[in-house]
Ligand binder design. Sequence first.
Ligand SMILES: NC(=O)c1ccc[n+]([C@@H]2O[C@H](COP(=O)([O-])OP(=O)(O)OC[C@H]3O[C@@H](n4cnc5c(N)ncnc54)[C@H](OP(=O)(O)O)[C@@H]3O)[C@@H](O)[C@H]2O)c1
Length: 334
Amino acid sequence: MKAAVYHQHGGTEQIRIEDVPAPVCGPRDAIVEVRAAALNGFDPMMLMKTTGLKTPLPMVPAGDAAGVIVELGAEVDPTRWPLGTAVTIYPMVSDEGMTGETRIGACSEYIRIPVANLVRMPDGLGFEDAASLPIAYGTALRMMRVRGRIAAGEKVLIWGATGGVGVACVQLAKAAGAEVIACGSAAWKLERLRQLGAEVVIDTSIENVREAVWQRFGKPSTHGGGGVDVVVNYIGGDTWVESLKLLGPGGRMVTCGATAGYATGNDVRYIWSYELTIIGSNGWSMDDQAEVLRMARGREIEPVIHAVRPLAETGAAMQELIDRKVFGKVVLVP
Ligand SMILES: NC(=O)c1ccc[n+]([C@@H]2O[C@H](COP(=O)([O-])OP(=O)(O)OC[C@H]3O[C@@H](n4cnc5c(N)ncnc54)[C@H](OP(=O)(O)O)[C@@H]3O)[C@@H](O)[C@H]2O)c1
C-alpha cells in the first residue's frame, strides 16, 4: 500500500510516498481503509523531534483518520462492526500510545486499529469533515466545556486561534455564548476569524496583545473589572506571562500544549493578586469524539478545512503548517 513515510527526523524533505507492507489485522483489531486523514500541530513536532517523545522510525504521520472497515480480527463480533461501516479512529491506543506519535499514523491507504478505538461516523457526515474533527475538536471540547467551563457572556481570549484546536475553540466558545477575542498572525486569517464570529481580533504580527486587551477592556484591577475572564493558551513561550496580565480577578487560563516552548517562565504575583486559576487539559474522551461528530452532522459546528490534498502532497501540506499558512485543518486523501 502507499503511505507517507519518514525514516529520519528533520524537515519535510524527509517525507516520501512509499510502497509499504499492508497492516496485519490482530485478533481484536480492524483494518480501516483510510478515506481521509488530517494533520495536527504535533505532526511537525514529531517530524522535527521537538518534543521529548520517542518516535519509532520509520514513521507515518497523522493521528486523525476516517474511513471504512475492510477487515476484522478473529475475536471481533462482525454483527457489531459490519464490513463497510464508516468510522473515525480514536487515536490514543492504550498499550501503543498515540497514532502518528508512537504508533504508525494515518497518512496511508490502510490503518490497523483496535476495534475498541473505533468511533462510528454519523450518517450523512463526509469523510473529510469527519477526519478533521477528532484531535482538534475533541481537544477543544474538553478545554472549553469540561475543563474550562466556558459560560455565556464570558470574555474568552484565544491565542493561535487560527490553528486546528484554535478554530474549534472559537466555534465552541461562540456556541457557549461567550465573547471571543481571537489572536492570529496574518490579516487574511483575522478576516476568517471574524467570519467565524470572533467579536475582537488581534493581529499578533503587528499588535501587542496586552495593549490591545487593556485598551478594549481596561487594565485588570484587583478591585474588580478589566481584562478578560478566560485565556486559552496552547502556545506557551513568551505568551505565558503575558497571558497572566490579561486576566481580570478570578480569571482562568486553560492550556493543552506549548507550541512555542514549554519553559515559559512565570510571575506568581499575578496568580495570587488576581486569584487566577491555571487549568490543564489533556486529550478528550471517546464520548467527546462522538459528540463533535454529532455536532458537525447537525451543523452545530462547521469543520474548518483549509485544504484537501492528495496523499502525495503530505510533505507540502506539513510545510504549510510549519510556515503558519494554514487556517484550520489540512486533510489528506489517499
Ligand atoms: N494535550 C492535548 O491533548 C493536545 C491535543 C491537540 C493539540 N495539542 C497542542 O495544541 C497546540 C495546537 O495544536 P494544533 O493542532 O491546533 O496546531 P496548529 O494547527 O499548528 O495551530 C497552532 C497555531 O498556533 C500558532 N503558532 C504556530 N507556531 C507558533 C509559534 N512558534 N509561536 C506562536 N504561535 C504559533 C499559529 O497561528 P498564527 O500563525 O496565526 O499565530 C497556528 O495556527 C499544539 O501545541 C499541540 O501540541 C494538545
